[in-house]
Ligand binder design. Structure first.
Ligand code: ZN
Length: 299
């Protein structure tokens, strides 16, 4: 029987596990489990190993990849720190390889998605992937290499300060990009100014209906993000900027981001600014970490 490739995306609330026949990009099976990070690392890995072993059945595991939010050192095989999970200094590779085998990779989730987007496109020099959902993150790939930074902390654009004395961010500072343009930030601001619990989707829907408070909030959010991405494109000049995440893919929000970039980018003769929506849906992290594991461990 042919061997199986396993891809795992560990999120703050849920973990997605997908199993693939070799060379396939459609999983033959996918399952979601609650991450429950507060119950501890041992308990999580025990549940993860049970699900992986059940999914592979009697077949062997060939390659595997695991990605998560936070600073990951693939070189040391460790998760350095993940504020979403509340985990620090975890031997991710060692723990996962004990039941998945040694042909694996670990990576930051945004980096994995960026690699996937790069690998699934043909002949491009460089790509920036930006995810906009609860928070905002970025991954960059240049000629097949992931840009990780000296501290494995590159791409934390959500926590770059874009407004003096701006809204309080979950990181404790003020005016971070995600406190203005991310989903959680929008919800907190709606709650602070109107005293109501309201989800991101409804905030956008009501902006689209021209309700002034929401329209103003979304205008500021999309223009701030658009200007930031415009600066990013002008600084790094990637072949493609890919936008993903539930909020980034929202047509109303995306169109406004695009408009700000198009109005503001620095016009070098012959320069083409290419902005696309994520193409490896519905789970860019999963397909990204899968393609990274296949590229790392070639047969
Ligand atoms: Zn912050």
């Amino acid at each position: 029987m042919p061997a199986v490739d396993i891809a795992i995306d560990v999120g703050g609330t849920k973990t997605l596990v997908s199993a693939f026949d070799e060379k396939e990009v459609e999983p033959y099976s996918s399952e979601e489990i609650p991450t429950r990070p507060a119950e501890g690392i041992d308990s999580f890995f025990e549940r993860l190993s049970n699900i992986c072993l059940r999914m592979k059945g009697s077949r062997n595991i060939n390659r595997w990849g695991l990605c998560t939010a936070g600073a990951v050192s693939p070189e040391k095989g460790k998760l350095i720190w993940s504020p979403n999970l509340g985990w620090k200094d975890v031997e991710l590779f060692k723990r996962a390889s004990s039941f998945l085998g040694t042909k694996g990779v670990i990576e930051n989730d945004c980096n994995a998605a960026a690699f996937g987007e790069w690998a699934f496109r043909k002949d491009i020099e460089s790509l920036i992937y930006v995810t906009v959902s609860t928070g905002i993150g970025m991954g960059m790939v240049v000629r097949g290499k992931i840009l990780r930074g000296a501290n494995n902390a590159a791409g934390e654009i959500g926590h770059t300060i874009v407004k003096r004395n701006g809204p309080l961010c979950t990181c404790g500072r003020r005016g971070c990009l995600q406190s203005i343009s991310g989903g959680r930030g929008l919800e907190i601001r709606a709650n602070d100014s109107l005293g109501i619990e309201i989800g991101t989707k409804e905030i956008i829907d009501r902006a689209e209906l021209n309700e002034p408070v929401f329209k103003e909030m979304i205008t500021e959010a999309s223009e701030t993000l658009g200007r930031f991405l415009c600066n990013l494109m002008d600084s790094l000049d990637p072949s493609v900027l890919v936008i993903g995440g539930s909020l980034g893919k929202n047509r109303y929000y995306f169109d406004r981001i695009l408009k700000t970039i198009e109005e503001n980018y620095y016009r070098v003769p012959g320069k083409k600014v290419k902005i696309e929506l994520s193409s490896i849906e519905p789970n860019p992290n999963i397909l990204g970490i899968l393609s990274l594991s296949r590229r790392t461990h070639k047969d």
